[in-house]
Ligand binder design. Structure first.
Ligand SMILES: C[S@@+](CC[C@H](N)C(=O)[O-])C[C@H]1O[C@@H](n2cnc3c(N)ncnc32)[C@H](O)[C@@H]1O
Length: 158
């Protein structure tokens, strides 16, 4: 089992029969693993050449070029927003990215950020968590598994 498949299998309730939106997808390994149990999967990245490498994929998988800072403008209705080893590439703009993805949160939706690389874990610790701490419109939970870390962000219920 690949790490992406393990993540999907460990977090089935957020993937099974859900519409998935991945931001900063790169090779989209997590999105592609999700296609086995999710309804629709939309993988997005700012770099067109990354997306262009994805040449063969299942029917429920689509891609779009979009800057994660503008993801709130997307005309797609996700249940689960995901990012896998992407935050380390967006450290300098993470405040804008997080603001944009949180704008898509509703009380039914969830954001899940998965990190397995040291670089991304460091960015989670030093940049992401302080940003989340400042907000009073969300709650979050960080879990450190053996092979990866997950940060689950939900809308604060008033
Ligand atoms: C290391 S890759 C993610 C790894 C990927 N999940 C995988 O399975 O291979 C990081 C990605 O972040 C993307 N990225 C960087 N800045 C971005 C932005 N502003 N908006 C969207 N994607 C961005 C890069 O183009 C790159 O593809």
């Amino acid at each position: 089992m690949t790490l992406a498949e393990t993540i999907v299998s460990d977090n089935t309730k957020y993937f099974e029969n859900k519409n998935i939106l991945e931001f900063a997808c790169g090779e989209a390994s997590l999105s592609l693993a999700a296609t086995r149990i999710s309804d629709q999967v939309l993988a997005t990245d700012v770099e067109s050449y990354r997306i262009d490498k994805l040449i063969s994929y299942p029917e429920n998988f689509t891609t779009r070029i979009i800057d994660a800072r503008k993801i709130h403008n997307i005309d797609y209705s996700p249940d689960t927003l995901i990012c896998f080893n992407g935050i380390g590439h967006m450290t300098d703009i993470l405040d804008e990215v997080i603001d944009s993805v949180i704008r898509l949160l509703t009380k039914e939706r969830v954001i899940m950020i998965f990190n397995s690389w040291k670089m991304d874990k460091n960015v989670a610790e030093n940049t992401l968590l302080p940003l989340l701490e400042q907000r009073n419109d969300i709650t979050y939970e960080m879990k450190n598994q053996k092979k990866y870390q997950s940060i689950t962000i939900k809308k604060q219920i008033q």
